[in-house]
Design a protein around this ligand. Structure first.
Ligand code: PMP
Length: 333
């Protein structure tokens, strides 16, 4: 049973606004942004935090007094911790050490226990964040491994909420959706939903440079080597089992520099403070729009709030240190 305070928080998750880009040049397209940054935990992952916990409670995998364990770039952890905290579960998270400090501080404030691990190792390595979390879940009594990368409740949350919201808010008139892939849950849920209501809708992948996903979509080739990228939450060095790339019609590879510059453009021109992956998605959407020869209606996401990247994407000093900005302005930190 949920009490009133649980219901109040949960009713704030999802039903995020859809806004039209007005000042940035979108060519022949109308471009819409779904502001997932407006969720109470600040990201699209609140939806799956709530849905995965509800599903695990329903089938008995998560019992009263249990422990929620997850591997997360931060946002899924925040979504899970937000819900778990209210419901009285302990939360143990494994977070790669490249992630923004604001996310880790937010998680700590929520009472989550954080294991930081290496960002520079891949699947199969004992310190790889997903393998590390799976191991903790086996070792901790009463633990339930949320496992967003394999949990069907993840895409189902997008099938049953994100998809219908987008379709309704676009007045049932949408030609393309631009997505990034982290776990692949957003893409899988949306492809399944739009296969039901608008099968002609095109899916476009926005992928950070260094990830293997865009090349796989473009050539069918699975690269053995992945690079590294500073954008958080999207891009992979493997194909997540729930990601359905078969319906993706176009893919764009976006550099960190372009992602961050585009996130800054979004703030300057439209007044929206988005996270690093929002820059990647918007940059890919603008490329897609620029390539159209007929008018299209296109949607993409502001996946999380930029307040958690103020010390990175929005810091001239950090951008300069990374070689992503020519020269810091005088007087900046
Ligand atoms: N953007 C951000 C900021 C994220 O944290 C994530 C998830 N890690 C995504 C996009 C990707 O979503 P999904 O896991 O549904 O593929």
């Amino acid at each position: 049973m949920q009490n009133a305070s649980q219901a109040a928080l949960f009713s704030l998750i999802g039903n995020t606004p859809l806004m039209e880009v007005k000042r940035i040049d979108t060519g022949l397209c109308q471009l819409f942004l779904k502001l997932e940054s407006q969720n109470p935990g600040g990201s699209i992952k609140d939806r799956i935090g709530m849905a995965m916990i509800a599903a695990a409670e329903a089938d008995g995998r998560l019992q009263p007094g249990g422990v929620v364990v997850e591997a997360t770039a931060g946002n899924t952890g925040i979504g899970l911790a937000l819900v778990a905290r209210i419901k009285g579960y302990r939360v143990v998270l494994v977070v790669p050490d490249k992630m923004a400090v604001e996310k880790v501080l937010h998680l700590k404030a929520l009472g989550a226990e954080i294991h930081l691990t290496r960002s520079d190792v891949g699947k199969g390595h004992p310190e790889y964040y997903q393998d590390y979390a799976a191991r903790l879940a086996r070792e901790i009594p009463g633990a339930w491994f949320a496992d967003q990368f394999n949990n069907p409740a993840n895409p189902l949350a997008h099938y049953s909420t994100t998809g219908p919201e987008l379709w309704r808010q676009s007045a049932h008139d949408l030609d393309a959706v631009v997505v990034g892939v982290g776990s692949g849950g957003t893409l899988a849920g949306l492809t399944r939903y739009f296969a039901d209501v608008q099968p002609a809708l095109e899916f476009v992948l926005a992928d950070p440079k260094g990830s293997i996903l865009a090349e796989y979509v473009q050539t069918g080739r699975l690269s053995e080597v992945s690079g590294s990228w500073a954008v958080e939450g999207i891009g992979e060095d493997f194909i997540p089992s729930i990601a359905d790339l078969s319906r993706v019609r176009a893919a764009y590879t976006i550099s960190d520099e372009e992602s961050f510059q585009t996130a800054r453009l979004l703030l300057r021109e439209e007044g929206i403070l988005g996270g690093s992956s929002s820059g990647t998605l918007l940059a890919a959407a603008l490329k897609y729009c620029g390539a159209q020869t007929t008018p299209k209606r296109v949607a993409t996401f502001v996946c999380d709030t930029g307040t958690r990247y103020l010390t990175k994407v929005y810091s001239d000093g950090w951008m300069f240190d990374q070689g992503l900005l020519a020269r810091p302005r005088l007087g900046d930190l």
